[in-house]
Ligand binder design. Sequence first.
Ligand SMILES: [Mg+2]
Length: 120
Amino acid sequence: MDQKELLKQIKTTDSLYAIQKYIGKVIEIRGFANNPIEEELLLLTEEVGELAKAVRKEKYPVDNKKLKNYDSIESEIADVFIVLTSICNCLKINLYDVIIEKENKNIERIWQKVEKDKNE
Ligand SMILES: [Mg+2]
């Protein structure tokens, strides 16, 4: 099955598990399935930087001549998610399971938002 056929099978009601499997298949087709984890982590860092750049474009004035170098926030969010999911696949981690496991811990935690001292 090619990438277009795989993408057509994805539905809005699909689980995170199904999305993770889809990403694993297309990454394999694209020839990146055996990338070393270090390279994937570098790529994730790069994509997070691109997301920061896209957000900065929306919030702060930027050089108009460089606008073509900025992608949309939505596109960069997708890139971050795809690379993060790919890292999970490299490490044989089920993203859904680890999110549920972590949220089970987080909901038991007492969260305190520290207010910044206005005199600082
Ligand atoms: Mg990107």
